[in-house]
Design a protein around this ligand. Structure first.
Ligand SMILES: [Fe+2]
Length: 197
């Protein structure tokens, strides 16, 4: 079951949509896309927050790694928003509306070391990408054009997730964040690993 925007559903079906699709179907697709727009907007702001707040010995590597990810997430948000508009619905990009419409909390880590932020970002990317999978499945029948857009974006996000996870992986292929369900658990898991080393 794909996550979809209550805000978009409340707005109701658009007056028109792309040829060959019904307006109720367009509404369903737009609501799924608004949920992805919320996630991408949150993601690019969160990645900048980490870019600004990372400290310690690996500062420059993580600081510089994140800017291309910010740019990509912003570009993906633009693509998703313009697909919503193409479908005849209204993409919502204002911060308060996005916060009211999302079902997750703000990123919880402030100034912290590189490995702590990367552990927390592992969970951020895992959540975003798992929800992409749900949206891809749901658009299989609803709208193959939207599905194609989401598939392309998911592939790039999965690669960025790997960039993050590669820092958290042992030579044996284990992730230090395995089993962590919250950002706090993820950041303390890397401390445990450091302590054990
Ligand atoms: Fe910067």
């Amino acid at each position: 079951m794909a996550k979809s925007s209550e805000l978009t559903k409340k707005a109701g079906a658009p007056a028109y949509t792309v040829p060959g699709m019904g307006t109720e179907q367009a509404l369903e697709v737009a609501a799924i896309l608004q949920n992805r727009l919320n996630a991408l907007t949150d993601l690019h702001l969160t990645l900048k927050h980490v870019h600004w707040n990372v400290v310690g010995p690996h500062f420059i590597a993580v600081h510089e790694m994140l800017d291309p990810q910010v740019d990509t997430a912003r570009q993906f948000a633009d693509e998703v928003a313009e697909r919503i508009a193409t479908l005849g619905a209204s993409p919502v990009g204002t911060p308060g509306a996005i916060v009211g419409d999302r079902d997750w909390d703000d990123y919880s880590v402030g100034r912290a070391g590189a490995i702590e932020h990367l552990a927390a970002l592992d969970l951020v990317y895992a959540g975003v990408i798992a929800d992409y999978r749900g949206a891809i499945e749901a658009t299989e029948e609803l709208d193959a054009v939207t599905q194609d857009l989401l598939i392309g974006q998911a592939g790039q996000l999965e690669q960025y997730h790997w960039f993050v996870r590669a820092h958290l992986e042992t030579a044996g292929g284990q992730l230090s964040t395995a089993g962590a369900h919250t950002e706090a658990e993820a950041t303390s898991s890397v401390h445990d690993r450091t302590d054990a080393a």
